[in-house]
Design a protein around this ligand. Structure first.
Ligand code: UT7
Length: 360
């Protein structure tokens, strides 16, 4: 898509040998996008650490102390796909906020577990919810998908051609997890969250973001089989190459480094102090990653929102699930820092001022 030159300036800088894309704005010219509603869905079925003890060589104490996770939701019904969960989250948002789906202009679904390899999931979601006037596409940026989607949604609103953009982060991680691999099966869960972006009518909303990536990451976090590099064959299938594979320790280090660095930069760019930040909305991959990242920022612990204990890592859904869980806590004007890191590698941070007071 194309941006009006007067509204956005994209700068491409070489920072420590890597490309960094910084979205700057001339605030006098830009239509600011705001999150005006949120929604969510998680499956009913709970998979506890004790359940996992029956499946792999692990224990509740190890999982809780190394990850902060006690349980996660798993969509056991095969029909309850990523698309199904995304539809539920979108319907939850529309129903609770009296949004007529036919007024939505664009539906974005951030996911790495689309219903089908081909076609994308967003058009299905748009049709199912009755977003008959929307166009729709998926965003593939793993755990950074919702964060990248925030910049995308904000840009479409700022173009003044789109009034309502529905951004959904949804992943059925249980569909790509090997439940005999204790390095991955303890971490991930299923879920979906949604946020509606509209033009701000009060000056609060999406302020700016920094995104980064490093292709080295695909060595450390991937599904090898089923793409164009390694199409499915019997040998790779029998070797379990169709499951998610990660080198946890490496991913951990990269995640802390890049989430901390990028968040710091966003905080600096906006001339904020740690005291001025009301909440940090960080990707829920591992409580120790969240703690290490936010320690670098100097933000008080109570401002760092978490729900990893009950959902685990739901990939693209972690950020919107936090928004939905803590919606009633936010006040108009609250200063929120978002940050995420995921496969690719992909990462980033965003600054958003909250647009509304919660009304039951
Ligand atoms: O969203 C982005 C995607 N992924 C991530 O962000 C994941 C980032 N990485 C992590 O969260 C962590 O690296 C893990 C949770 C995956 C692993 O935690 P760790 O503290 O890095 O553990 P480790 O891999 O260094 O393993 C420590 C020990 C090993 O035993 P030895 O060699 O010290 O005897 C492992 O074999 O813990 C053992 N271990 C386990 N023990 C019980 C590994 N997994 C388990 C387990 N239960 N599930």
């Amino acid at each position: 898509f194309c941006f009006e030159q007067k509204t956005f300036i994209f700068t491409k800088q070489i920072v420590q040998g890597k490309d960094k894309h910084t979205m700057k704005r001339d605030s006098s010219l830009v239509t600011k996008a705001a999150i005006t509603a949120v929604g969510s869905y998680v499956p009913e079925e709970v998979l506890t650490n004790h359940d996992l003890e029956q499946m792999v060589d692990t224990n509740d104490e190890w999982i809780r102390s190394r990850t902060g996770i006690s349980e996660r939701r798993i969509a056991k019904n095969p029909q309850h796909s990523t698309g199904f969960m995304a539809v539920k989250a979108a319907q939850n948002l529309c129903q609770n906020n009296h949004i007529d789906p036919s007024t939505i202009d664009l539906v974005l679904v951030a996911t790495i577990t689309p219903d089908y390899q081909v076609s994308s999931t967003a058009p299905y979601v748009a049709t199912q919810i009755g977003a008959t006037n929307a166009f729709a596409f998926d965003i593939s940026a793993a755990c950074s998908g919702f964060l990248y989607g925030m910049s995308t949604a904000a840009s479409f609103i700022s173009s003044n051609q789109y009034k309502k953009v529905l951004l959904i982060g949804a992943d059925k991680m249980s569909s790509i997890i090997d439940y005999t691999d204790r390095a991955t099966c303890i971490i991930f869960g299923d879920g979906a969250g949604a946020a509606l972006f509209e033009a701000s009518d009060n000056g609060f909303g999406f302020e700016n973001a920094i995104h980064g990536n490093d292709g080295i990451g695909r060595e450390y976090l991937n599904i090898q089989e089923g793409g164009s590099l390694y199409p499915i064959n019997e040998n790779t299938f029998n070797a379990g190459k169709h499951y998610l594979n990660q080198e946890g320790k490496t991913v951990f280090k990269y995640a802390v480094k890049h989430m901390a660095e990028t968040s710091k930069k966003v905080i600096q760019n906006n001339a904020l102090t740690a005291e001025e930040i009301d909440y940090v909305i960080a990707h829920q991959a591992n409580k120790r990653i969240i703690d290490a990242t936010t320690n670098h920022l100097g933000v008080a612990e109570e401002k760092v929102l978490t729900n990893i204990h009950k959902y685990g890592n739901t990939t693209a859904a972690t950020l919107p699930l936090l928004l939905a869980d803590f919606e009633s806590t936010f006040k108009k004007g609250d200063k929120l820092i978002f940050t995420a890191f995921g496969g690719g590698f992909t990462w980033g941070a965003a600054y958003l001022t909250w647009n509304y007071d919660y009304q039951n």
